[in-house]
Design a protein around this ligand. Sequence first.
Ligand code: MN
Length: 498
Amino acid sequence: MLAVKNYKFWFCTGSQDLYGDECLAKVAEHSKKIVEALNASGVLPYEVVWKPTLITNELIRKTFNEANADEECAGVITWMHTFSPAKSWILGLQEYRKPLMHLHTQFNEELPYGTIDMDFMNENQSAHGDREYGHIVSRMRIERKVVVGHWSDPVVQGKIASWMRTAVGIMESSHIRVMRVADNMRNVAVTEGDKVEAQIKFGWEVDAYPVNEIAEAVEAVSASDTNALVDEYYDKYEILLEGRDPAEFRKHVAVQAQIELGFERFLTEKNYQAIVTHFGDLGALKQLPGLAIQRLMEKGYGFGAEGDWKVAAMVRLMKIMTAGMKNAKGTSMMEDYTYNLVKGKEGILEAHMLEICPSIAEGPIKIKCNPLSMGNREDPARLVFTSKEGKGIAVSLVDLGNRFRLIINDVNCKKVEKDMPKLPVATNFWTPEPDMYTGAEAWILAGGAHHTAFTYDLTSEQMGDWAAAMGIEALYIDKDTKIRDFKRDIMLGEVFYR
Ligand code: MN
C-alpha cells in the first residue's frame, strides 16, 4: 500500500562553452564523482542520476522538459560548477514543473593554496556562478530549496535526503484520492473546507460514497477470510477480556476484521488511498470502524474522523513522505483531547474515539472492546497502546475561507506519569514547543484544528517546504515562537496570501 514509485532525482551541472573542452571535461568528471559519492553515501532515500553538463539555452530547455515528462523523475538538483550565464536558464526554468533544488557546493573542499591560479579559479567558481543562477530563479519567483556546503559533508547529504522526501510529497500529493463514506460531522467548522480548491492547490480528489455501499463490501467478506484475520490479530496482539465472555469478545473482534478486509477491498478496487468515516453515519455497519481503521492506517492509508478529509489526505501525504525510512517511529491522525496543567508537567493528552495508528505505539498493543459514549452501535473492538517518546510534529491544515493555511507545531512526546487503566483508547502525550502556554496560544490564534496529522519522522522544515511548493502559507510554532512575532506572521500572511 505504501509502495512509492521508483523515484529518481536528476543532477544537472551548469557551465558554458567559454572555457574550452578541457575545462568542460573536468566539469563533467567532477559532477559524476559527486553523484557517485551521493549515491554511495547511504544517506539518500532515492537515487541521483547524472546528466550531461548544461551549457546552452537549448540543452537546458530540453533537459527540463525531459524531466517533466519522465514519470520517475521527482526533481532536479542544479549546481553551477563554473559561471553559467543565467539568461540561458530562463526558458527551461519557465517550463519546468517539478521540485527544484539548488545545491550550492563546489568540487574542492579546501583552497589549493600552493597551486591556485586563474585557470583553477575559472574552473571552480560556483561561489560566482551559483549567485548568477540563484538571481534568475529568485527573479522568476520560482520556489526551490537551496542547500549550501561541501557535497561530502554528512550534514549536506542529510539536507538533500530530507528534501528528497519533501519532493516526493510534492509529486505524490496529486495522486491522493480520499474516499468519504460520510459527510462532515454536523455543525463542526474546522473539519470543513473547499474540496475544489484543495484539488486545485494540492491535486487531491475527494469523493463521497454512500456508507451502505461500503457496508455491502464488508458484508461480502467471507467468514473464512474474516476468521483467518481474527487469528492473525490474536497472534499479534494481547487480548484484554476484562470480564467479557471470550466467545462474545471474539465476535466483536471479527466485526472489525470483516470491516478491515471489506474496506481495503473497496478502497483498492476504486483506487483510494485515504478514507474518512463518521461515528454518526454508519448505515449498516455494526460497529464504528476502530481496530479496522487502525490497521489500515498502519498499512499506509490516510484517515480522518468525522468526515475530516483534510486530515485524511495529510496523514496519507506524510506516510508517503516517510515511506521506506529506516527506524521510522510512526505517523497517525491525532486529536488534542485533554490537558495536564500541573506546573512543570504540562502537556496534552492525545487520543481519539478509537482511530490512532499503531505505527506510533511503544510496548504491547492490546485489543479491548468497550462501549462508545457516542453513536448507537455495538461496542467496537480497538487497539490500545501508549506511544513512543521523542520529538515529533503536529500538523493542521485549515481552510480560512479564501485560502489554506498549514500550521506546524514541534512537540515533545513523553510518557504519562501514571497508568490510565480505565482509558480504553490509544494515547500519546506531548508538550508543544516552545512551552505548553505559548504553544497552545499560538495554535489557537492560528486557527489550528483539534484533529492533526502527527509524525515522529518528518521535520517542520520538510512540511513548510511542501506548503511553499503548494503555494500556501505555513505557520511554524517551535522553540523560537514568541506571540508578538507570531501575530505579525499572521498579519503578513493575510497580506501575502490572497
Ligand atoms: Mn474527532
